[in-house]
Design a protein around this ligand. Sequence first.
Ligand code: HEM
Length: 178
Amino acid sequence: MTDPAGYPYEETHDLRSGPNLHESLLGLLPFVGVWRGTGKGGYPGTEDFDYAQEVRLSHDGRPFLAYESRAWIIDAEGRPVRPAAREVGWWRPQPDDSIEVLLAHPTGYVEVYVGEIDGLKVELSTDAVVRTASAKEVSANHRLYGIVEGDLLYAVDMAAMGRDLTPHLSARLKRIAG
Ligand code: HEM
């Protein structure tokens, strides 16, 4: 029995169950799911690092995807060292294959991206990065996501601490559900 006080609508990362995918999300269908894998990161002046990450892209039948990501630093054997970046937000595809993405971070940033969906590729550039007074200086980010051999690959370039866009992250994630 459902909890009478619970939220009454279903959300899913699995296209075989739950509400029908809104037709405006058809171009993003290959991205819907739960993904897990590892990546490498770095930035000038900081030590390179390895990380693991889980990303969930889900929908509730409306014309946007819910996006959640949790990452953690790993050692050379893949063991967790400490929790790292989290981000949550929304992917909002538009009728002309452009896309608007909003992301919020616990490190004090809110980002608005604009970009393009091109087949199995989504390319995003920040239109605005707003940060709290205590956050480090980040002025722009660029992200490229792609489905390659069924995996979710991405790379992030970041303009921070007075630098232009410079590689910060790249990862390959495998579908673990959906
Ligand atoms: C998978 C996601 C991410 C991971 C695992 C990650 C991890 C790291 C690590 C380990 C560092 C080195 C210094 C430190 O430990 O603080 C770092 C630096 C930094 N990261 Fe990330 N990060 C991620 C995503 C992001 C995102 C999305 C942003 C911005 C919106 C960001 C902004 C920064 C900044 C500003 C620095 C400092 C650079 C400097 O001091 O020169 N990171 N990150």
